[in-house]
Design a protein around this ligand. Structure first.
Ligand SMILES: [Fe+2]
Ligand SMILES: [Fe+2]
Length: 440
């Protein structure tokens, strides 16, 4: 029998000392987790404020990849002593990211994110690699090396869009705030904020714009009607067995491209739910990226079928109405009304498109359907949680019914406010789609 030690240090100080190397790396991972969380919450405010579809799609992709970083950091962090419970974000990090959304010019805000905050995230991952032990902490190293690759690619992908010449003052303003922290991980010398430094976010709250930005593209209220001279999607044509399948294919691509409105209004929910559990924002980020992919299905296929995208008006009505509602109401309308209600028509449409033996169209529609089924499941999972975050205490069913009524009321006021930007002769309508389909 081995004699036990006569004096054993049993205090937590001793444990802390013994595990110091692990605890220090867990501390850094915890900060990185919080930083990625805040990037997701705040960079999403850029999406509906910038006008280029390609830029919206790219931001959705970056937000989704950041959600992946945060998720793996949390998973690995929890294997380490000292990562800490809970998922809250420390005030100094929150303050910096909240500041970053403040510029009224979305392209100046974009510059703040991509010239200051993203490079600081990259520098933090690089610091982590240098600070940790390559063999002892190999599992973290593998992840961090991958994140560095993502961050380098993000910087490259954003270069063509982050071109504002008016952003220098704002970039300096954010750099000053970042320097006061010494970088996200405190790896640099902390330089105190100069006297008179004012946080824009302390002067006014951020609010979503009344309408979303679609850049150079023509806009309208809705692309759905029963009038082939008015809109590209003619509701009764979608389900009429006599409609040519080629016409249906063109209409469904317009429908998919218009999921850009889902991208824009879903992007507003993150900033409004700062206390959400991480898994909620993770799944919303996935939902957002899915919608951006669905929109790209249409955006990339329509030109191949002879459609000039400058003739396709973008519908703004759903954003315009939903932005007047609370975040849990927006999410309820999206998942429980628009998405849950779209399946029967989409099923008919899919069967008709299959007549064309267009393998790519069938594939895109099948993945769209699969994703949408997933979104409705997200809705059932997360709606009660978002309701609770927003202080909503009614039973879910009662709340959904009341929200549908409120949406109808608000539509009377805020709907139908965007007149057709193009005259019927130049815009894509059902009649034009008939002509294009016969030429294909
Ligand atoms: Fe979708
Ligand atoms: Fe969806």
């Amino acid at each position: 029998m081995v004699a036990s030690a006569t004096s054993k240090p049993s205090t937590s100080t001793a444990t802390a000392g013994r595990m110091a190397a692990v605890q220090e790396m867990a501390r850094l991972q915890r900060i990185l987790f919080e930083v990625e969380r805040e990037f997701i919450r705040t960079a999403t405010t850029l999406i509906y404020r910038v006008g280029e579809p390609e830029l919206k799609y790219l931001l959705c992709q970056h937000v989704w990849e950041s959600a992946g970083h945060a998720r793996f950091l949390r998973e690995r962090g929890r294997e380490l002593t000292g990562f800490g419970g809970g998922e809250g974000v420390r005030p100094a990090i929150r303050q910096l990211f909240t500041e970053a959304v403040m510029p009224a010019d979305a392209y100046i805000a974009l510059a703040g994110f991509y010239r200051v905050l993203k490079p600081a995230i990259l520098a933090s991952y690089q610091h982590y690699l240098k600070a940790t032990h390559a063999l002892a902490d190999w599992p973290s190293r593998r992840l961090v090396e991958e994140f560095i690759g993502d961050e380098l690619r993000h910087a490259k992908e954003m270069a063509e869009f982050d071109t504002s010449k008016k952003a220098d003052d704002w970039v300096r303003h954010l750099e000053t705030a970042l320097s006061s922290l010494g970088g996200f991980l405190g790896q640099n010398t902390q330089i105190p904020l100069p006297a008179g430094y004012t946080w824009e976010s302390s002067k006014r709250p951020y609010t979503h714009p009344e309408t979303c930005n679609r850049g150079k593209y023509p806009t309208c209220s809705s692309v759905f009607s029963n009038d082939p001279k008015e809109t590209p999607i003619v509701r009764f044509w979608l389900v009429d067995p006599k409609t040519d399948a080629k016409v249906i294919r063109l209409m469904v691509y317009v429908w998919l491209m218009m999921e850009m409105d889902a991208v824009d209004y879903l992007a507003t929910v993150f900033f409004d739910t700062p206390e959400a559990p991480f898994d909620l924002h993770h799944d919303l980020a996935r939902h957002l990226w899915d919608e951006s992919r669905h929109s790209q299905f249409g955006y990339r296929q329509l030109p191949k079928l002879g459609v000039d995208l400058m003739t396709v008006e973008h519908s703004l009505e759903l954003y315009n109405v939903l932005v007047q509602m609370a975040p849990h109401e927006r999410y309820a309308m999206m998942t429980m009304e628009f998405e849950a209600g779209s399946f029967p028509t989409k099923a008919t449409v899919m069967d008709r498109v299959r007549e064309l033996n267009d393998f790519e169209a069938d594939t895109l529609l099948a993945f769209d359907r699969n994703d949408e089924q997933h979104h409705v499941r997200y809705g059932h999972r997360w709606l009660p949680e978002i309701m609770a975050l927003c202080g909503e205490k009614r039973p879910v069913d009662e709340f959904i019914k009341a929200t549908q009524q409120r949406f109808a009321e608000l539509t009377k006021v805020y709907g139908n406010r965007t007149p057709h930007a193009l005259p019927p002769e130049t815009r894509l309508t059902g009649e034009k789609i008939l002509q294009l389909a016969s030429a294909n």
